[in-house]
Every structure is written in C-alpha cells, then in structure tokens.
Design a protein around this ligand. Sequence first.
Ligand SMILES: NC(=O)C1=CN([C@@H]2O[C@H](COP(=O)(O)OP(=O)(O)OC[C@H]3O[C@@H](n4cnc5c(N)ncnc54)[C@H](O)[C@@H]3O)[C@@H](O)[C@H]2O)[C@@H](O)CC1
Ligand SMILES: Nc1ncnc2c1ncn2[C@@H]1O[C@H](COP(=O)(O)OP(=O)(O)O)[C@@H](O)[C@H]1O
Length: 535
Amino acid sequence: MPPGLAATSHPALSPADAARFEAALFGGDESREWAAMQQAARAIAAAVLRDFDEIGPLPPEPRILVLAGKGHNGGDALLAAKFIHEKHPRARIETCLVFGERVLRPLALRAWRELSHAPPCRARPCVAPRLTDGENSRPDARSGPTSILPGPPFDIVLDGIFGFQFRPPVEPRIAALLARVNASPARLRAAVDLPSGLGTPDVFLADFTYATGIVKSPALAEENRAAVGRLRYLDLGFWDNTANPSPVPADPPAAAILTPAVLSPLRVLRSPLTDKRDYGHLFIVGGSRGYPGAVIMAALAALRSGAGLVTVFVPETMAAACAARAPEAMWVAWPETPEGGLALEGAHLFRERADRATALLVGPGLGREAETLALAADLAKLSAVPLVLDADALQPAIVGAGAASRILTPHVGEFARIAAALPGAGAVTVLKGPVTRINDGGATTHHSLFGGPVLARGGSGDLLAGLIGGLLAQEPAQPLLAACRGAVWHGLAADRLARAQGQRAVNITQLLDHLAGVLREDVPAAAAGKVTSGK
Ligand SMILES: NC(=O)C1=CN([C@@H]2O[C@H](COP(=O)(O)OP(=O)(O)OC[C@H]3O[C@@H](n4cnc5c(N)ncnc54)[C@H](O)[C@@H]3O)[C@@H](O)[C@H]2O)[C@@H](O)CC1
Ligand SMILES: Nc1ncnc2c1ncn2[C@@H]1O[C@H](COP(=O)(O)OP(=O)(O)O)[C@@H](O)[C@H]1O
C-alpha cells in the first residue's frame, strides 16, 4: 500500500474487533468514554445538519424524533439531539426511550439529562408504545403513512436503539416500533453507527448511517445496503494518535475507508520553478457520433485535475466543436469510420505523439464498433504509459492487452462484462456504485463513501474517468493512489454540489465547479479534540 494511503484510509473492523479496540482505547475510564460520546455526538449533529442541506433548509421549528436504547448508541443519539437543539433552539424533540428511563446505563442517562434539562429544550420522553392485539406482526417497511406520534412528519429521525453490540433477535415490541417508524413519513432518517436491528428483517431503514470512530464491517455488506443507506464515516481520531493501543490484527485490513486527507498533497503550494511539463500530459481517446458528450466531460474533468497538458483524440467531425467547448485541451481530429467512430487508419496520429504522454485514458463515448474496439486494444498493447480504461473500453480483449499498468473504472454492469479477464490484467479496479471500491489485487479494498444519488445520472462516470486520468498523468507510478484520490475528490465534489443545489435540478458538469472547493476547505480534521489512550 503506498505510504500516502496507509495514513489516510482507516480499517473497517468487525463488531468484535471494534469492541476490543474501544475497550483498549478507553481502558474502562468513564470520563474518557464521556468525552468520546460528546465528540461523537457533536460530529453526528454536524453531519446530520450538513446532509440535510441536500433537502434544503430546516424549518424554523424542526420536528425531531430520537429513538434511544439503554447504552452508548442511545447516549450518542440523545447528545446529538442536544447539539442539534443548540443550533436550532426552537426544535421540537420527541424522545422515545424504548426501554424506559430506569434502565439507562450511566452515560446514556447522563446524555438524557443533558438533553432533557437543556434550556429551553422541549424534549419530552415517551416509551415504546405498548402493543395492542394484532400489532405483534411486522407491517411492511415504509408501506404507509402510519405515524408513531401524532403531528406533522418528522424532519429528522435519529436511531440510537442498538449499536454494534446488538445481538438478534429484535424483541417484538421494538420490532413493531421500528416498523411503525419506518412506515411514518420523515425527511431524513439517521442511524447512529449502525441501523438498529441490522441483519434482521426488523431493521431501521436509514437514509444515512453515521459510523462513529470506526466503520464496522456490517455497514459495508452488500446485503445491508438498503438499511444502511448512505454510510458516513465520522473520523474521531482513533487511528491517528500513535499513542493509541493497537489491539487490531497487524495484517492489512480487508476493508479500509478513505478519508478526505488522501487529497492533502493536492493542497500544497507548487514550486515556482515549474512549468506545464512538470504536471503530466494526459492523452484521452474517445468519442463517437453516438456519444459526442462523454469525451468532452472527461476532458473537462482532466483539465481541473491539475494536469499540465491534456490532448484528446476524437472523430474528426467532432474536433472543432470540442475545441470550442474546451479550448484548454489540444483536440486532435482522427479519421472516422462510416458510422462515426475512431478508425484504425488514424493510429499514426497517436504513435507520432505517444512519447509526450504520461498517461492514457481510453473509452468515454468510444462506442462499440468492432474496428474502434480493435483500435483501442492496439493502443492498450502499444502504450508505454499507464492507462485508464473506462466505459466502452472495458472489454475482455482490451483490459488484458499490453503490459502497461492500468486502472479500470467499471460500474457493476461493466464489471460483469470483464470479470473473467481481470486476473490477468494486473490492474487497479475502481468498482463504481453507491460505495466505490478500489483494489489493486492486494489484500485491502479501499472504500470511498463520498458522493450520493446526485451522481446517478449520465456523465458522472465520464467525469470520474477524466479526473483519475489527470491525476494519473501527474503521478504515473502511483495508479492506486490516483484511483483513490479521484474517487474521493469526485465524491466530495458531488456532496458539495448536492448540498448547494439539491439532488435533482442539476447538470452533472456542475460538479466541476465544486472540485476547487473540495481542495480549499479544511480537511474535516479528526475533529475537535482527539481521543487518546492516555498512555
Ligand atoms: N453524454 C454522453 O455522451 C454520455 C455518454 N455515455 C457513454 O455511453 C456509452 C455506454 O455506457 P453505458 O454505461 O451506458 O453502457 P451500457 O448501458 O451498455 O451498460 C453496460 C451494461 O451495464 C449495465 N449498467 C449500466 N449502467 C449501470 C450501472 N450504473 N450499474 C450497474 N449496471 C449498469 C447495463 O444494463 C448493461 O448491461 C459509453 O461510451 C459512455 O461513455 C454515458 O457515460 C452517459 C453520458
Ligand atoms: N446512488 C449513488 N450514490 C453514489 N454514487 C453514485 C450513485 N449512482 C452513481 N454513482 C456514481 O456515479 C458514477 C457513475 O458512473 P457510470 O455508471 O459510469 O455513469 P456514466 O457512464 O453514465 O457517466 C460513479 O462514480 C458512481 O460511483
């Protein structure tokens, strides 16, 4: 693993390893645990309010439901509600202490007192409603607008019933409550650490899950995706304090979570003595009459990546329009097939210039004509510089061609197409989806949790490919790092776009205008005050 990645991606742990880790970290010291609970709760409150921006502003008197169990998960949720209340003093907070107040563990009780006594907080408790006959069955999740409590829909529901110490099953009374909450209208459903009841049918259905301190591996499992919603990792500094104990196995983790710090080297001042040739030269090959836009989007993203030079080879009838759209790139007009794809006869245009490239991206909008795909395979075979293969270039005969190192950027459908050819490709694979998984054949898969459904539109993959290509051109020897940085940068820019514009009424190229902002905002430091072992 490149050193830049080891420090900026944090292991995901099984619940048992996470419990051991936290026990060693806090050493049973309640004051340290309380400090960590406060830190986690502040981070949750800030993250929930930030994510709510994707919907719009909170109303003046937001209605918030907190579901709290007996333990730390409940304490985190109660304190998070208190911190939300500090920002929104007119919030109406309804608290459901699902097991009642008497059984709250010491820190959860302390959190409940802080919330309920916070002036002028209107937190009022309720216990999980008693079941009446016939309610013991599980209603279909989100099947109808049954409200758990009377009144208008909740703006925020915070689920803190069970955390990573949860052992199934969910008792029927809580299952019925969860089913009712799932079926009640709410604008943003937030699970603290893990959705309550995860792994059972009686699970809280979250829009966002906020993993505090450590991402627990069940949150990453494919089968839990619908309940987890969007997973946010709240880095509380557990991993960046060298004084912390390391009770976790020394082996490389199977899953690591990328943090925004992976972008830190992109924020440094550049040497005043440099010129454009010091920042890499990306060649892009793509475009067809059928898909003229994709290659333009890839080029636009590459131009924002910091690359010194970008040259794009496109079908000749497209070149002038492309140059008008992005004059910063050099557009080379390539002979076309009758159908408007890149023809084999243009290969000399590439060969004549090949020694100037530091990386090559092939695929966006390429189309799937046999001649064009044969050309793409030739280019992959010829290339002396690292490749990014995207979109239509993700074909078995292309991904394994040649010896240059390579990054493949498939979505699930493309992955299925090339899966059989992968073992021989020796590639970094960027498997795109709601969570993007990056692996270079090594033991660790890096996960980018950034981005969201604002990306679920044509063109977002083309932007990612251009960004990764531009980063690779600047550091050709580090394909894994380029892939991880590209995915994180793209995802963080998407999150900024969604917060600024919402998820719907956007063009995906607006993401480009948020790339600079990502690099210019503070790295969300492992937040206010680090949790230390005190050793
Ligand atoms: N404005 C443009 O010019 C755009 C051009 N595009 C180009 O369109 C061409 C075709 O790309 P497509 O990805 O649409 O190819 P396909 O739609 O042919 O996808 C290949 C396979 O993957 C499945 N699939 C598609 N999207 C998926 C997803 N997000 N997750 C899981 N499975 C998925 C499909 O059902 C199909 O089986 C490429 O050249 C691409 O660059 C797209 O990037 C969209 C925007
Ligand atoms: N629901 C989602 N949540 C997060 N990211 C998403 C979601 N849907 C799509 N994406 C991201 O958007 C990009 C889509 O790429 P791709 O499927 O190749 O689209 P296209 O080829 O149309 O540009 C990927 O980076 C993927 O991870």
